[in-house]
Design a protein around this ligand. Sequence first.
Ligand code: SF4
Ligand code: SF3
Length: 520
Amino acid sequence: MFCFQCEQTARGTACTKSGVCGKRDTTAEIQDKFTGALVMLAKVSNRHPPTENSRRIIREGLYITGTNVNFDDAVIKSCIDEAHKERIALFAASATCDDFDMNKVWEADEDARSLKSLILFGIRGIAAYACHAAVLGFTNAEMDGFFCKALEAVANTEITMDELLPLVMETGKVNLLCMELLDKANTETYGKPTPVTVPLTIEKGPFIVISGHDLRDLKLLLEQSKGWGVNIYTHGEMLPAHGYPALKAYPQLKGNFGTAWQNQQKEFDGIPGAVLFTTNCIQPPKDSYRDRVFTTAEVGFPGLVHIDEKKDFTAVINKALELGGYKTDTSMTGINGGKTVTTGYAHDVILENADTIIEAVKAGVIKHFFLVGGCDGAQPGRNYYTDFVKATPKDTVVLTLACGKYRFNDLDIGSIGPFPRIMDMGQCNDAYSAIKVALALADAFKCGVNELPLSLILSWYEQKAVAILLTLLHLGIKNIRLGPSLPAFVSRNVLKYLVEHFNIRPVIAAKKDLADILGK
Ligand code: SF4
Ligand code: SF3
């Protein structure tokens, strides 16, 4: 096997025997075969009008091969069969074609491999967001077309670096389109998020923990669990759901369970409730809770019960009733000991208060904005983000998003006027909110985003973060600090390019970086 698509890749180079994420070599190989089959379907789609079915297969297929999404070889094999069938339906003569061999990418010259990886991993990240938008009825033909164009480029052994570089930037552009589409899908379906305080206490009695990013699955679960006496708690990236009016209206949506994905084996150990994974990041479940974990949509793990597209969550509700929950209210805390967290500071809330914010900046009450956002992960170096936020001066604001916020979202670092100093803008896809706010501020101050008193301190783990990073580069945003380590798939020359053009740099030490940014 060869896989180096995520931040925890073995020895910082590549997983070659088994995945640090728990992926077996057989699964990695089947995933590569599937990507090879998607390449061929994409090539045919680029020449023969694709159907909605072929678009869906490519979208879901890209997502299913992402990190911590699907570990089930049988499911991936059936996806390969489906891709073959669709390709032949589009163009019968392609029946004799072999799938693309992904080893040709992994064994290519390191700079070509690096740029192709940025494109491939980027479109895997975009595809995740595209799937969430699609289940709400929002699709975009330009985006689906780009997936096909990008897959064909990844497989092109003749393509030059000069042709690949613009495609890398286009990947970022298409992700912006996709995040905008998902924002529209979420807000038109569930309303505009508003700020909310979310308890971390688990009330006594039966409960379900729902993890991942898919708001539609949560909505359906809330609807189906009405009247059963089962409480629902968000986990990981589902936390921002509490901000959406149409979701928080359900009284059984009580709070948030636990912290970020990498702590799940510890936090779910012996949990007396059911757990539903709607998207990544799932880890191989331990025996102490394996019987109560369910998957749905693209997520899968061998041996777990998978809820199919009919979305009948009865088995999940019954499992919660059978387990019975905690006997008394159980007070849990965030990693810094906080008992509540807040969320819901999406672009509408902040922009509705734009005048107050602009005045506060002009008066010197707010001196700097930090966007400390991105993925969480298991590396000890990720304490950097906690230390960084703790050290930010009182006249600065910390905007955050995605699951990396669990490093500090339970801290009380005070407020500035009507705003808490930490504002959670949402899931990773809500990087769209951060971009909207940054562009609006730049407009108000009549300057470019790079001239704003705004610094981006990002953490990455999987492919959605790659897509977001490419969007920021596409927008010309410079001086990003990225950690806890730089991607293994960025070659020395590609890194040199990114440093020269965007001044991208690794995080080093929280206090030193902070002093550097503030010029102290
Ligand atoms: Fe390794 Fe990450 Fe690939 Fe898993 S997804 S096999 S941890 S590089
Ligand atoms: Fe987290 Fe997996 Fe990336 Fe949506 S849940 S941000 S790591």
